[in-house]
Design a protein around this ligand. Structure first.
Ligand SMILES: [Fe+2]
Ligand SMILES: [Fe+2]
Length: 188
């Protein structure tokens, strides 16, 4: 890899680690509220949260192995994730799954770009992301299965979630995510 490509691999591991942390916070808020009102839903969400904790640990290891440091805007992921999780839960189970669907869907697009870039450059990180993406696809399928209604308000909420996730990625990389996206597309 060239130095620029090595830097891109570090950025990928860094933003993925931050994203997994954000997912942990989303599920954490949802579980905390659901425990009081929908305990069985809380158990289902706890399983997904356990996956995100594993993913987060794998990405921080991958990041450190490549000489990178965690994102400086982790507090944004933390507060944003918690707020998103709480807001979706207050709006009811359908919105919890709509939130999961929108988050996983947005993440899926980023992972697809990353895989195309990494395939010939960093096969180890490529394979790690591919195995994690398989589990994320399971989360997406589960959300689609449980989401009972597709209404105008749920679609508007999902659009807001998608924009928020993309914005926090942009902010946490100091605007570099846009360039990374273009670089990844050009390099694919
Ligand atoms: Fe994850
Ligand atoms: Fe997930």
């Amino acid at each position: 890899m060239t130095p620029a490509e090595r830097l891109s691999a570090i950025r990928i591991a860094r933003v993925n680690h931050a994203g997994e942390y954000g997912a942990i916070r989303i599920y954490g808020a949802q579980i905390a509220i659901c425990r009081h009102v929908w305990p069985s839903l809380a158990d289902q969400l706890a399983e997904l949260k356990a996956h995100e904790i594993e993913h987060c640990a794998l990405f921080i290891t991958a990041l450190r192995e490549r000489g990178g440091r965690p994102c400086r805007a982790m507090y944004l992921w933390s507060m944003g994730g918690w707020a998103l999780g709480a807001a979706s839960t207050v709006l009811g189970p359908n919105l919890i799954w709509a939130c999961t669907e929108a988050v996983e869907d947005t993440v899926h697009q980023h992972l697809t770009d990353q895989l195309a870039f990494l395939r010939a450059r960093d096969p180890v990180l490529h394979d790690l992301i591919e195995s994690i993406r398989a589990e994320e696809e399971g989360h997406l399928d589960l959300a689609r299965h449980h989401k009972t209604r597709d209404t105008r308000s749920s679609r508007a909420f999902q659009a807001l979630v998608r924009h928020s996730v993309n914005l926090v990625i942009w902010l946490s990389t100091w605007g570099e995510s846009s360039r990374m996206r273009r670089d990844l597309e050009a390099a694919a």
